[in-house]
Design a protein around this ligand. Sequence first.
Ligand code: NAD
Length: 434
Amino acid sequence: MLPKNLNEIVMGYIEPAPIKDKENPFESMMSRFHIASQALGLDDEVYNVLKSPAKQVVVSLPVTMDDGSIEVFEGYRVIHSSILGPSKGGVRYDMGVNLDEVKALAAWMTWKCAVVDIPYGGAKGGITCNPRQMSKGEIERLTRAYTIAMIEIFGQDRDIPAPDMGTGPREMAWMMDAYSKAYGTTVNAVVTGKPLVLGGSLGRVEATGRGVMVSTLVAMEKLKINPYHATCAVQGFGNVGANAAMLLEERGVKVIAISDISGAYYNNKGINIREAMDYRNQNNGSMSGFTGAESIPAEDLLTLEVDVIIPAAKEDVITTQNASDIKAKLIVEGANGPTSANADAIINDKGIMVAPDILANAGGVTVSYFEWVQNRLGYKWTRERVNRRMDRIMKESFERVYKASLEYDVPMRIAAYIVAIDNVAQTYKYRGGY
Ligand code: NAD
């Protein structure tokens, strides 16, 4: 039974629960889950199954430090759902890691995999540590200790870790090796995001940016924006932002502003993205001092007079403080959680289309899935095959979400949650509980 005021709830005029403006991503995610569940008419049983994680594991990891002392680290793995298949999600190394954060990110992974219809559930892991203050040897011992502590959780058919903040191909190689040694056989499908020589996939590095590009182009088609006449501003010039900017530039879009932690850079003739990437690569990863554009205040980037903005840096950057000043017709969320739930209402009011994070940045997990498929097949795909298949999945997923947004008369974000929750709920109904 749909609530009477559903339309107001969905459009964000009425919040399902009071939300502070500075939200944590978990609250934002849960409020959208709640709204989408109501729109779908999800029954209580399934709602309760999906509301909380299936499994939460906390481990203590004693590690010998370089000075001979022993430090004990706390490690987590939360499996939110294995309804669609083995759970999938990154492992984060950061001092801010805690069980609540890992729980939120695990649920997020469930929706992300479900919206692009790949046969994975959602999980997330983490260790509370500061990798920047640890030696390579200390990080390696910590990674191996974590893998062994999770040996019964991880598995190519059970739960498959991947990189996240503070981890990368190097840590994935150690995890794969520790796991394989424990079982006495090479199991490279147990983690994704591995170095190429260990079974990593071609196209993985640029996959998220590429998915953002595909989502942007499909959304432009819906809005009847010609890419050759379109302008774009990209916040964050790292893996996701820079690759998205480069691929969009290749398809005719004029990227007139970019930004990173050092500031924002504007050129109304269009920034030469290759040049900007070369500059960043030779400048310790920073755009500071870039002369291919003029410096503008960082906070102006998202409110520039452009057709598209792509927040691809961090969470909570579009809030009630700046949402009403946004002039773009389209927001494509490269980052996770860049828009607060309260800002949704303003954006919907202004008629701005949003390609939401769980859809727009799902290119990364899609190619992770391809990595796993290739490992299981014992075969390597070409970059062209990876890109072609990913483009197809991204396009089809966008179309599914767009169709749901028309059918339920809801914004794209809620539609993405509807598609994802419906996928998991329908599967759960067939599989059942006890
Ligand atoms: P990254 O570390 O490669 O790049 C982040 C960029 O954002 C850097 O250029 C940094 O300088 C910039 N930045 C940081 N704070 C900023 C600020 N306040 N204003 C402007 N720029 C700022 O990270 P990434 O891998 O590109 O990830 C970016 C976002 O995309 C994150 O939210 C991440 O969770 C999300 N994401 C990444 C992937 C992936 O495959 N890499 C997949 C899905 C989602």
